[in-house]
Design a protein around this ligand. Sequence first.
Ligand code: AMP
Ligand code: GLY
Length: 426
Amino acid sequence: MKILVIGSGGREHALVWKILQSERVREVYCAPGNAGIGELAECVNIKADDIAGLLHFAKKEKIDLTVVGPEVPLVLGIVNEFEKENLMIFGPSKEAARLEGSKVFSKEFMKRHNIPTADFKVFDDVKAAEAYVSDSRFPLVIKADGLASGKGVVIAKNFAEAKTALDEIMRQKIFGDAGRRVIIEECLIGEEASILAVGDGSNFALLDSAQDHKRIFDGDLGPNTGGMGAYSPAPGGLRELLRMIAFNIIMPVIQGMRKEECSFRGVLYAGIMITEDGPKVLEFNVRFGDPETQAILPRLKNDLVEVMLASCEGKMHQVRLDWDKRACVCVVLSSRGYPGNYEKGKEITGLKEASSVSSAVVFHAGTEKKDGKVLTSGGRVLGVMSLGDGIEQAIDTAYQAVEKIKFDGCFFRRDIGAKAMGRVET
Ligand code: AMP
Ligand code: GLY
């Protein structure tokens, strides 16, 4: 088979790496890819949101299966466009991608189907929103309706912070049209977990659990990022809740979307807060998580291409996922300044040495190749993954590999996976 992977981050590097382990695969292309992906697959210079360009390429190259990494093309309707041309593509339709593309759609859908989530109100008028927060108890959470690269969520500790957030989102429109409407919701307290499932419209299979580290600094301090590291599986207590999450959250989503005639195919990612009242949904994403994917896929024993084909063909009931018992940790190396402004173009050294640490793999996120050198080109630069017999060993080897890599302004958390120590049975 010829496969096209869309995207350019660590998630896509992990997808390409795993797809290449399939015996059915002859060639893999990635658009646009990065320096690390370029070592494994043929990178094609087409942006992830250039749907016409991607469609033209897939037709010309007779691609058998297209795999979409990021949310933007999904929300724009890439799956609908490919299917019109009878091209096989893994992911949800434009209508189903609203679960991520519109937080208002997603919250109202959850309400219609009794899926546990934070209480909320929707506002399209900034004055009404301000009046509401002036009368509320804090903290509360303000979210722009549309896509905002993971930055559209503010946890306001007091009225002044809430007012600033509303002003930025609704008046100054820092996220553009994504901020035309906002959700104001109750702040949930507890431990977060990412639960991913692969659906085919009617059935689904849960992937094993993972935990992301969203804040920039050790101890979960500082601003939110796209994710500074992840480990899988999540700690014991969280794993026991998996059944409950499957029955009370994932299944009603798959059934509810089907009833509403926007059947969900592809990866459903539920960001969950384990509260005192049980698991509640923070958000849905309609694609693999980044960096969760880099910690989950190395533990998947199945042929990922078979799983994706089953999703496209409505055969998920035939799929049984098998997991490596080892633990997996992925540490993200970022550019100094991320998630704010950061510099690019710094030379990266030590990549070969890091990859030679046994059980470690370096996934590239924001890198490019110039004159034979690998340079930084993004906020999240690399994800260093390692498997281990137990979380402690996975952490040890991942950090051994991290220590070999150098670039100016390299920043990473030193506590990835630490909160799981002693709590994970593999
Ligand atoms: P989201 O983009 O909705 O996942 O939000 C990003 C992050 O904001 C989540 O991973 C949580 O850490 C936090 N968050 C979102 N909604 C809530 C909430 N209702 N209560 C507490 N934290 C939240
Ligand atoms: N790791 C969070 C996300 O993929 O959205």
